[in-house]
Design a protein around this ligand. Sequence first.
Ligand code: AVI
Length: 318
Amino acid sequence: MPAAQSARASATKTDDTLLREVVEGLSQVHKQLPSKYFYDSAGSRYFDEICQLEEYYPYRTELAMLPGIADDLSHLIRDQRDVVEFGAGSLVKIRLLLQHLPQIKRLLPIDIAGDHLREAAAELRREFEHLEIVPIVADFTRQVELPDRNKVKKLGFFPGSTIGNFTPLQAVAFLDRARRSLGAGALLLIGVDTKKAPEILHRAYNDKLGVTAKFNRNILTHINREAGGDFDEDKFDHYAFYNPTQGRIEMHLISREQQVVTVEDYQFAFSKGENIHTENSHKYTPEEFLTLAAEAGWRGVRKWLDDEELFCVHLLQA
Ligand code: AVI
């Protein structure tokens, strides 16, 4: 199974950050966990499986759009010679761009999962012999120093609608940091999931095989391993719904019973039916997204929508 584009905003950290963020999240009146902790190796595999599901339209829709977009891009990009992929993962989607963009001389893929990134880069090198590939192991949600900023113009690439996993405020902050990292004259190609019939969204996050449920529950096992927790996955139900007021899918874990969970020296009491909010996945109309991007100093150059308007890819200019 091809590995999907990674959403490893900031994957496993064995330092105190995970414990601190978990304790902070579970101490809130409305308990929550950062969705970046979905992506340990099991979680990344579940996400790859989700991307192959019939119900999960975002991955396959964007993937099918990319060759045509890349063809258009070859006429739209001017003197950009570097491509920078944020949260590069397995470098599946970037291939489709590179095949149509011979003017690109260097690829700078950014991902926190160093080993995985280096392996994917080595494989890509065999396919694109004339392309320089410089993997950058970093948390792309922070400011990343890129080589030759302002000297070699850059095309940023952020597929998969991972932008939707940020709140709108965080999304503006990310887009602003990305603009500064990419430097003068940059372009950004970004995939954004659109607003659509709630039933389609509901199906995408409540698949029949229950892969999304496993993906959601796995965050607890990840926390057990990394932060000394004793969560029992079987005591939590997956619950995902579209919240039309916020324009987002929300994923939650619902406690099946009254229970107390220990994470290192901390204890957290759950009543039966109490929830942990684990993920938001914001959906934007093309216009809403362009307004958001404008707040971060980007203007829209072109957008591509599939026939059913399930997914939108925007080309932005700094
Ligand atoms: C990575 N991200 C864009 C996915 C999404 O759709 O928000 C993560 C995901 N969550 C449940 N299914 C997929």
